[in-house]
Design a protein around this ligand. Structure first.
Ligand code: PLP
Length: 436
């Protein structure tokens, strides 16, 4: 294990705080696979220290001790083409030698080409580029309010369980109270309804509603797909009161659900659709797709973004979109999805601690039974010990988000590791007296 105070930058690191001032060391602090400096050096907004990854190829990553894992997190649905896909790495290396950044005071060809490719692939004629999911949601909500400038109200409808990001407006539409409450007051005017509750929509919509924001599949809540009736009813209500429908496809879009946009499964279109995560192939890129009707109300200077759509990230976006929008890629995602969901259902049938499996495409999850003898973080840890990376979703679920290029063999391997991890938690460990 390397010395935790050794600097890889050549800059001498200060001593960590005295033990009295530092967080109490967790067992993970002594795990050679974890980055030992993190508890002292980073803002404590993540659980530190974390497993330190050093390289990746396809669906596999390697930690600092050289151990390999099957990666069913994919950077939280970012690495759609797996780790370091040559088609992306070659494209960005080439572009980095030409022009990396020039600001939105100037046009750049990769951004123009990506805007055109997105319009052709999705049918939304206009786009605004930025750097992340939350920024793109922020922009979409602002655009929807701008569109409603002549209306009696500017309220926004959002849904319980929804996650839309961490900046003020996106956070105001995010359900999880523990994410919102430390930062209130946020942007006012947001009303929450129950996801998939068609009957409840009547009470939510009136002519003061400017926008409704919804995920076709709630990702962070644990891969919960909307029902077709619900999305159709949301569209109808939005149209009836003149509100803009914003589809948050930050997680569900870019082929993850087996169609380029998850909304295609439902044959319901938004006025705005937000993409990020997979779009940049690991580079920070967000996009707000919109109709001409929405774009019409925007004017120069109303919104902007220094880095948004720079030539480097849009080059990556073009390479990803080209691969992900191919019918063969999407059909392969649907086939792998059937294998994964079938395997997860089989695990449910064999393990009473797992209540159900669900998802759409390769946005999938298992939900633990209320009386399971372990919780989702314990299962995430056990999976890691079995060489499989997964991520929590909602209060009781664990998500599996393999790259879209995952093979049948890798899915079978992941299912085996997941089941072994579950079995290890279901079997009580023998106490000292029981051994031998
Ligand atoms: N919307 C959805 C559906 C998401 O899943 C996320 C992130 O997980 C976001 C928005 C926010 O994206 P970002 O973390 O890039 O700001």
């Amino acid at each position: 294990m390397s010395d935790p105070l050794e600097s890889t930058t050549g800059i001498a690191l200060a001593e960590p705080p005295t033990p009295a001032a530092a967080a109490p060391p967790s067992p993970a602090a002594f795990d050679p696979r974890f980055a030992p400096e993190e508890p002292w050096r980073f803002a404590p907004v993540y659980p530190f220290p974390r497993l330190e990854l050093v390289s990746g190829k396809g669906a596999r990553v390697v930690d600092r001790t050289g151990r390999s894992y099957l990666d069913f997190v994919s950077g939280i649905a970012v690495n759609a083409l797996g780790h370091c896909p040559p088609v992306v790495t070659r494209a960005i290396a080439r572009q980095a030698r030409e022009l990396v950044h020039c600001s939105n005071l100037f046009a750049n060809r990769p951004a123009v080409r990506l805007a055109e490719a997105l319009a052709t692939a999705t049918g939304y004629p206009r786009v605004f580029f930025c750097n992340s999911g939350t920024e793109a949601i922020e922009a979409a909500l602002k655009f929807a309010r701008a569109r409603a400038s002549q209306r009696p109200g500017r309220d926004v409808v959002a849904f319980r369980g929804g996650f839309h990001g961490r900046t003020a407006f996106a956070l105001a539409t995010t359900w999880q109270p523990s994410y919102r409450e430390p930062f209130e007051p946020l942007v006012p005017g947001v009303r929450f309804g129950d996801y998939n509750d068609v009957a409840g929509l009547d009470a939510l919509f009136d002519n003061r509603v400017a926008a409704v924001i919804v995920e076709p599949v709630q990702g962070e809540a644990g891969a919960i797909p909307a029902t077709a009736e619900f999305l159709a009813a949301v569209r109808a209500k939005a149209t009836a009161v003149g509100a803009a429908l914003i589809f948050d496809e930050v997680q569900s879009g870019m082929g993850r659900c087996g169609r380029l946009l998850a909304q295609e499964h439902y044959a319901v279109r938004g006025d705005l659709t937000v993409l990020s995560k997979a779009l940049g192939g690991g580079m920070p890129l967000g996009a707000v797709l919109m109709t001409e009707d929405v774009a019409r109300t925007l004017t120069p200077g109303m919104h902007g973004c220094t880095f948004g759509g720079n030539p480097l990230v849009t080059t990556a976006g073009l390479a990803v979109l080209d691969r992900v929008s191919r019918p063969a890629t999407l059909s392969r995602v649907r086939s792998r999805s059937r294998e994964l969901l079938r395997g997860l259902a089989a695990i449910v049938s064999r393990h009473p601690s797992v209540a159900l499996a669900r998802g759409l495409g390769l946005l999938t999850a298992i939900e633990l039974a209320p009386d399971a003898p372990f919780d989702p973080p314990a299962l995430v840890r056990a999976c890691r010990e079995h060489g499989l990376l997964v991520v929590r979703g909602g209060d009781r679920a664990v998500r599996l988000l393999p790259p879209l290029v995952v093979t049948s063999q890798e899915i079978a391997e992941a299912l085996e590791r997941l089941e072994a991890a579950i079995a290890s938690l279901e079997t009580p460990r023998p106490t000292a007296g029981e051994v031998g």
